[in-house]
Design a protein around this ligand. Structure first.
Ligand code: SF4
Length: 253
């Protein structure tokens, strides 16, 4: 049975709650409740250090879109452990600027395990032969190009780290730092940060901006499904604009 925690590094109550291996944990809701209480006042880098070194050593990956605010989480990750696996969902629909930005950040932070996660090309050939599925069935497009590939890529891991924040949209307003999804724990170290915090951190750490930020994009996903947003609007309102859809599905709870 895999031990996935170092109990001596946590208070006894939390250690008791999470000492059971994740795959056989009887109550993952209780687990994330204990983690959220334990790390309620912790900084993003403290949360990252705990997740990477104490709670899920060698069993956690970070998922990055290399979008508008991604450089901050990647900077913090590099401070803690630049060998952490990083998963990038290469949907085949990204802006060229995103791919360039990915390469710039990967070089700057000297990451050693950046993984490009691609769709099953047989499924794409069957369901999206001309590449226009995004316009007729975006949920299926996201399923094929994001959700299914990520599920396969996450198989070796008990937990994954995301860069989501509460301020980004109403749908994310109650985002916890730790949550569960499909038998894994998701860690959101930046959940409590707001736009001013992010802007200040970019200045403090002299982080390069995604090129499209200078062109009015605040949240950057696939090219066909991303538009500029007006000042004062939700950062994510430019994603799937005009549709009910607000998330791609990888964060569906
Ligand atoms: S964001 Fe758009 S193009 Fe990208 S996978 Fe989803 S529907 Fe397809």
């Amino acid at each position: 049975m895999k031990s996935w925690i170092t109990p001596m590094q946590l208070d006894p109550i939390t250690a008791d709650a999470i000492a059971t291996p994740l795959e056989s944990h009887p109550d993952q809701t209780a687990l994330v409740r204990a983690l959220n209480e334990r790390f309620a006042e912790s900084t993003p880098i403290e949360i990252l250090e705990a997740a990477l070194h104490d709670i899920f050593p060698k069993r956690v990956a970070l998922v990055s879109s290399f979008g508008a605010e991604s450089a901050l989480l990647l900077h913090l990750l590099a401070e803690v452990d630049r060998t952490t696996p990083i998963l990038f969902l290469d949907t085949g629909k990204h802006f060229d600027e995103t791919l360039m930005y990915r390469d710039i950040l990967a070089g700057r932070f000297d990451f050693t395990d950046l993984r490009s996660v691609e769709p099953d090309m047989a499924a794409i050939a069957k369901h999206d032969p001309d590449g226009s599925l995004w316009s007729t069935d975006p949920d299926l497009c996201c399923q094929l190009r994001k959700v299914d590939p990520l599920e396969r890529a996450l198989e070796p891991f008990d937990a994954w780290i995301t860069g989501r924040k509460r301020y980004q949209s109403r749908a994310r307003a109650a985002l916890p730092v730790f949550e569960t999804l499909a038998g894994r724990v998701k860690v959101n170290p930046l959940a409590r940060l707001d736009a001013a915090d992010i802007e200040a951190a970019f200045k403090q750490f002299k982080l390069p901006q995604h090129p499209l930020v200078y062109d009015g994009f605040k949240s950057i996903g696939c090219k066909p499904c991303t538009i500029r947003v007006a000042d004062g609007a939700d950062a994510r309102s430019g994603r799937w604009a005009g549709l009910e859809k607000t998330e791609c599905g990888i964060h569906r709870n």
